[in-house]
Design a protein around this ligand. Structure first.
Ligand SMILES: NC(=O)c1ccc[n+]([C@@H]2O[C@H](COP(=O)([O-])OP(=O)(O)OC[C@H]3O[C@@H](n4cnc5c(N)ncnc54)[C@H](O)[C@@H]3O)[C@@H](O)[C@H]2O)c1
Ligand SMILES: O=P(O)(O)OC[C@H](O)CO
Length: 335
């Protein structure tokens, strides 16, 4: 039987562990807090992140990473992107020699501008063939009700994607495979930034025309950056590109969109952060996405104003004016 360790008992870590367990994978969750771990292990509920959701009885939980990781075929990483490097450094000595490391995270590391798979290879000292990512339109609030959804499992090794697909495929959760790791990761990380922009516009009371414009031009930004880092442009028309962009930018369940909406309504950053209990990855990653774009000489005007609003005191109205007053140009998608 395939065995998985899921490291991180937040909303996506717990939900993906539930999916793995339901798909017949022997799964153990690792969490930092004893009370959460005990509730998952004994009462089959995560009261902190998924109150009221009944988890499979086969799903185990522990505060001991060695116990979770022992004998795992898949070690699934589900902590915030900016803490991954530190967390993984502690877990690396525990990894079984042939385990595949799976990233659930949708962020880009600050300062290094590295994708999560790159951080994993570097910190765990594993070849790219032993790393996979999972990304797609996967809003936890719907998945825990077992509403139909799909995702993408990506790895450069076909046998790895096939095994991971098998480990998490369910009648209500379709996993597609893709070999374009960079594209799948960028789609997931940058859509969070675009969702912040869409949220700001919604909070300002603006309508569907600008939402569609931000999403479409946002996808063009994602594709331009993707082309610059060597991703397959087709990936961005798929679930991890357009699919996740649509889900995140249109759903009230999205934390990134909601964060932007609060800013657009006039809340300060401090008030918005205080109102956000969970990880809204775009808030930090917008800076690393912009840095990455600058490194590759890629223009990302929506990302630039998101960084302005979130980190540099730009008002939503100033951001809107900056975007709308750009030089008129031909419509181009991608490069
Ligand atoms: N929730 C979703 O709908 C969803 C869906 C797909 C992908 N994701 C991505 O998955 C990743 C994790 O998101 P989430 O929704 O589980 O976030 P979350 O905020 O619900 O949970 C984060 C988890 O990490 C833990 N954590 C925080 N700081 C830590 C640290 N320093 N060391 C170790 N653990 C720490 C928290 O205790 C918590 O268990 C993010 O990159 C997110 O973008 C989330
Ligand atoms: O709630 P968000 O904004 O972090 O989005 C969650 C998922 O990434 C949607 O696929």
């Amino acid at each position: 039987m395939t065995k998985a360790a899921v490291l991180g008992t937040g909303s996506w870590g717990t939900t993906f562990a539930m999916i793995l367990a339901e798909a017949g994978t022997r799964t153990t969750l690792w969490g930092r807090r004893a009370e959460v771990v005990e509730a998952i292990d004994r009462a089959h509920e995560n009261p902190e992140y998924l109150p009221g959701v009944r988890l499979p009885t086969s799903l185990r939980a522990t505060t001991d990473p060695a116990e979770a990781i022992d004998g795992a075929d898949f070690v699934v990483l589900a902590v915030p992107s900016q803490t991954l490097r530190g967390n993984l450094a502690g877990w690396a000595p525990l990894l079984p020699p042939r385990a595949v490391l799976v990233s659930l995270m949708k962020g880009i590391e600050l300062r290094t501008c590295k994708r999560m798979s790159e951080v994993i290879c570097e910190v765990a000292e594993v070849p790219a063939e032993r790393v996979a990512v999972v990304s797609g339109p996967n809003l936890v609030g719907e998945l825990v009700r077992r509403e139909p959804a799909a995702t993408v499992v990506a790895a450069c090794d076909d046998t790895v994607t096939a095994r991971l697909q098998d480990a998490c495929h369910l009648p209500w959760f379709r996993a597609y495979t893709n070999a374009d790791v960079a594209g799948v990761e960028l789609g997931g990380a940058v859509k969070n930034v675009i969702a912040l922009a869409v949220g700001v516009a919604a909070g300002m009371g603006l309508g569907d025309n600008i939402r569609a414009t931000l999403m479409t031009r946002g996808l063009a930004e994602i594709a331009r950056l993707g082309a610059a880092v060597g991703a397959d442009p087709h990936t961005f028309a798929g679930l991890a590109g357009m699919g996740d962009l649509v889900a995140t930018c249109t759903s009230p369940l999205s934390r990134n969109r909601t964060f932007g909406e609060n800013l657009g309504r006039g809340m300060t950053m401090a008030e918005t952060i205080a109102a956000t209990r969970q990880t809204a990855e775009g808030v930090k990653s917008c800076e690393s996405v912009l840095d990455l774009a600058r490194k590759h000489d890629v223009e990302m005007p929506i990302t630039e104003v998101v960084v302005g609003v979130v980190h540099d005191g730009m008002t939503p109205s100033e951001a809107a004016m900056l975007l709308m007053s750009r030089t008129p140009k031909p419509e181009r998608y991608g490069v």
